[in-house]
Design a protein around this ligand. Structure first.
Ligand code: PLP
Length: 386
C-alpha cells in the first residue's frame, strides 16, 4: 500500500504544474540570468516573472523580493542583516517569540551569544498565542527588530501579527517587524501592508515547490545588509547565480483560496475523529485560528518517537512537531513554552495537503488509533495489530 503522507508541514510533494514549470529549466532551456545573450535573457525573464508572482502573493512590489536558498536563509538574512544594517543607528535589542522556528531562535541565540544583539524572548499562552501587549512591553528605545512567526509549524496556531506589529510601532516607530511566513505560503493571506510588517520569510517546499528555494520580502528602504557577497545578483542583496528552475516553481499562492477551506475542513474532521476514538488525546494549538491542514495533539501515555515508528510501520508518515534533522527525540520547545511540561515528549503532528482525500483522512484516523493503542499497550514496531 502507498504510504499515507500526512507530513506536509515538513515538506510538500511537487505539484505537477510546478514540476512542469521547473522541467522547462532542466532541459533545453538554460542560461545564466546575468548573461547578455538570448539564453541569459530568457533566464532573466523567467526570474523576473517568478519575482512578480511572489510579489503578488506577498502583497509587495517586485523589487522588494529577494530570492534565497529557502526559509532558513531568509530568516538568517532578516535577523543578521537587519542588525548589521540598522543596529549601529537604532540599537541592537532583538525581540523574538518563544515559539519561533529554530531558524529564528538559533540565529537570535547565536547573535546574542556573539555579543552582537541583546535578546528578549517573549512567551505564549497555552494555545501558543503570543500576546501583542507582552511584545509591546518588551520593546525598548534601542529595539531594532521584532520577529514573530505568522503560523506555527508544530501546532498550527496563527499569530495576530498585524496587532503585534501595531503594538510594536506604537512603542517604537523605528523598530522593524519580521514575520516567518514559511508555513503560511499558499494557506493564509500575506502582505506587507495587510500584516503591517517590514520583512516576510517564505519557502517553496512547504507550498508544493522544491526544497532549497525561498525568498525574503523586505519593504523598500529597509533591506538588510547582504550576508552573501560576490557577483552582486539580486540587486547586491544576495549574491550567487539565481536558481532559475527553483524560482520558476514559486507559484503556490495562486490556489490558496480553493485549497485553504478544504484543508481546514479535512483537518477539522480528522481532529474530531481522533478526539472521539483515542482516549486522552488532546488537540494542541489555537482551535479557532489555525493553519489550514495542520492537526496537532499530545497523546498522553505514548512517546512521540515510539508512536512515529509504529505509524511508519503502518504506512503513515507523520511527525512529532518540527522535522528534526538529527531524527533524535527532543521534546518540543514550542509545547514546553506553552506549558505542557513532560507531555512535550508526546506530540503528534498530522499535516494535510492539496492532494489529501477524505478516504485518506478516515484511514489515517483508524491507523493512528491502532498505533496509539499499540504503544500504550507496551508494544512497539512489529507488535500485532489490535
Ligand atoms: N520557518 C518555519 C516556520 C519552518 O517551518 C521552516 C521549515 O521547517 C523553516 C523556517 C525553514 O525553512 P527551509 O526548510 O526552507 O530552510
Amino acid at each position: 500500500m502507498k504510504p499515507l503522507y500526512l507530513d506536509h508541514a515538513a515538506t510538500t510533494p511537487l505539484d505537477p504544474e510546478v514540476r512542469a514549470a521547473m522541467l522547462t529549466w532542466l532541459g533545453d532551456r538554460f542560461g545564466n540570468p546575468s548573461s547578455v545573450h538570448g539564453h541569459g535573457r530568457q533566464a532573466r525573464a523567467a526570474v523576473d516573472e517568478a519575482r512578480d508572482r511572489v510579489a503578488d502573493a506577498a502583497g509587495c512590489a517586485a523589487r522588494e523580493v529577494t530570492f534565497t536558498s529557502g526559509g532558513t536563509e531568509a530568516d538568517n538574512l532578516a535577523l543578521r542583516g537587519v542588525l548589521e544594517r540598522w543596529g549601529p543607528e537604532r540599537g541592537r535589542h532583538l525581540v523574538v517569540s518563544a515559539v519561533e522556528h529554530e531558524a529564528v531562535l538559533a540565529t537570535a541565540d547565536a547573535l546574542a551569544g556573539a555579543g552582537r544583539a541583546e535578546l528578549t524572548v517573549v512567551g505564549c499562552d497555552r494555545s501558543g498565542r503570543v500576546d501583542p501587549a507582552e511584545v509591546a512591553a518588551a520593546i525598548r528605545p534601542d529595539t531594532v527588530l521584532v520577529s514573530v512567526m505568522l503560523a506555527n509549524n508544530e501546532i498550527g496556531t496563527v499569530e495576530d501579527v498585524a496587532s503585534i506589529a501595531g503594538a510594536v510601532r506604537a512603542r517604537n516607530p523605528r523598530a522593524l517587524v519580521h514575520t516567518d511566513a514559511v508555513q503560511a505560503l499558499g494557506r493564509l493571506p500575506l502582505g506587507l501592508d495587510a500584516l503591517g510588517v517590514d520583512l516576510i520569510s517564505l519557502s517553496a517546499h512547504k507550498a508544493y515547490g522544491p526544497q532549497g528555494v525561498g525568498a525574503l520580502v523586505a519593504r523598500h528602504g529597509v533591506f538588510p545588509a547582504a550576508q552573501l557577497t560576490g557577483g552582486g545578483q539580486e540587486r547586491g542583496r544576495r549574491s550567487g547565480t539565481e536558481n532559475v528552475a527553483g524560482v520558476a516553481a514559486l507559484v503556490a499562492q495562486r490556489r490558496r483560496e480553493t485549497d485553504a477551506p478544504e484543508l481546514s475542513r479535512l483537518a477539522g474532521w480528522l481532529t474530531d475523529l481522533l478526539t472521539e476514538s483515542v482516549p486522552g488525546l488532546d488537540p494542541t494549538g489555537d482551535p479557532a485560528v489555525r493553519l489550514p491542514g495542520l492537526c496537532s495533539f499530545v497523546v498522553p501515555g505514548s512517546r512521540s518517537d515510539l508512536l512515529l515508528a509504529v505509524l511508519d510501520e503502518l504506512g503513515v508518515c507523520a511527525s512529532a512537531g518540527s522535522a528534526c534533522s538529527s531524527g533524535a527525540p527532543v521534546p518540543s520547545h514550542v509545547l514546553q513554552a506553552m506549558g505542557f511540561g513532560e507531555l512535550a515528549g508526546s506530540a503528534l503532528r498530522l499535516s494535510l495537503g492539496r492532494f489529501t482525500t477524505g478516504a485518506e483522512v478516515e484511514t489515517a484516523a483508524e491507523l493512528v488509533r491502532v498505533a496509539v493503542a499499540r504503544v500504550r499497550g507496551g508494544g512497539g514496531v512489529g507488535a500485532p495489530i489490535r
